[in-house]
Design a binder for this molecule. Structure first.
Ligand code: GDP
Ligand code: MG
Length: 170
């Protein structure tokens, strides 16, 4: 039988960047223009099958950490993986993403796999965060980096697959 490796994954990032939308796109293959805001945290599982086994992600979707700052440490303390999301049209959300990277580097498991997702790629024409800037930041910090769109379904399964592969190779 296929070996299954559990992995606790947390979604972090400023409110409205598209965390819940990315997750709903992954799980339901759907997108909602008016996504209800998450209260507290929601929990989902999603399994990615690889050649040498499967990674079963136990995914925690957190609410806007600008309001629930003190809740976050209990989510990330035992996490094996994190996706930190920002909105490519909003520079402040990228600055917030950098803060979360530092926060995890200090407080999370030392082996945590961190992915940076520049979401809303479909709004490329009004972007305010350049791809090169994010890619450089990701490279310097050892992060997986992809630009994604929950709306047009770009790099959604791919980012989870990249995390699963990195976890399997650790
Ligand atoms: P969260 O607060 O980070 O969970 O963000 P939500 O998933 O609730 O999304 C906030 C808003 O952004 C909603 O109106 C979504 O429809 C919209 N949104 C999410 N992802 C995308 C995307 O990839 N492209 C566009 N254009 N809008 C998005
Ligand atoms: Mg949400």
């Amino acid at each position: 039988p296929e070996k299954i490796f559990p992995s606790k994954l947390i979604l972090l990032g400023e409110s409205s960047v598209g965390k819940s939308s990315l997750l709903l796109r992954l799980i339901n293959r759907q997108f909602y223009n008016y996504q209800e805001s998450t209260i507290g945290a929601a929990f989902f599982t999603h399994t990615i099958h690889l050649d040498n086994g499967a990674v079963k992600f136990e995914i925690w979707d957190t609410a806007g950490q600008e309001r629930y700052n003190s809740l976050a440490p209990m989510y990330y303390r035992s996490a094996q993986a994190a996706i930190i999301v920002y909105d490519i049209t909003n520079k402040d959300t990228f600055e917030r993403a950098k803060y979360w990277v530092k926060e995890l580097q200090i407080n999370a498991n030392s082996g945590i796999i961190i992915a940076l997702a520049g979401n809303k790629l479909d709004l490329n024409t009004i972007r305010s965060v350049e791809t090169d800037e994010s890619r450089t930041f990701a490279h310097e910090n050892g992060l997986i980096f992809m630009e994604t769109s929950a709306k047009t379904c770009v790099n959604v399964t791919e980012i989870f697959k990249a995390i699963a592969e990195k976890q399997q190779n650790n």
